[in-house]
Design a protein around this ligand. Sequence first.
Ligand code: Z5A
Length: 216
Amino acid sequence: MSGVFITFEGSEGGGKTTQVSLLAEALRARGHDVVETREPGGTSIGQTLRQLLLRPHTGRPTDTLAPSAELLLMLADRAQHIHEVILSGLQAGHIVLCDRYADSTTAYQGYGRGFDLAEVAQLNAFVCGVCRPQLTFVLDLPVAVGMERAQERRGTAAVDQFEAASVSFHERVREGFLAIARAEPERVCLIDATQDIEAVHTAVLAGVRKHLPTLL
Ligand code: Z5A
């Protein structure tokens, strides 16, 4: 595969969507073909799965996904996404920028929901196959700051299953992303997402220059 796969990860409100689009712009300005995508919901079938995964939180058991159903739907979304979008983009030599990927499953379903990390790793390996990111940015920020940003952006829209989760759940997720960054420094670039948007973008460009110097 001649393309390059870069993922953006981290707790909610970290600015992943904003940074994916700024990096895409910078790479296109240098003549690269860039695919911008996200999980869950990077395909038409994935959009349907996303609606199930991020349905409004009512607290009623019959409206709430079982943790194992949530895990399997995230993986199903990824399988479809790889099949339809990621693999073909990489085979065509494009740069694929993805807003959340397998590390989110490790952090949210593994560290957050408490599934066995080795089992989550096995499931991710089964689904991802050769589609592993060469570079991952983890945008890190305190849980309270991320929740405030996400709340501001949501406005009056309904809260989903993740936004309704406890602060301790979100703390475990954050710790999960930090553990991933510590374990794989050759792939993962940790960025302080409390900085302003321009400063985070500058750090992202520096990370690309360091890890993938031929791109910029
Ligand atoms: N999930 C999972 O559990 N397992 C998985 O395997 C996968 C996902 C793949 C998807 O939610 C949920 O699925 C997610 C994890 C779970 N749930 N949570 N929590 P989503 O796609 O709807 O939302 P998100 O991925 O969490 O992203 P987000 O909340 O949309 O945030 P973001 O993309 O990181 O940030 P943003 O949209 O670029 O910015 C948010 C706001 O902050 C916006 O108003 C910006 O203008 C502002 N912003 C951005 N950067 C800054 C800076 N630097 N300073 C100040 N303000 C900023």
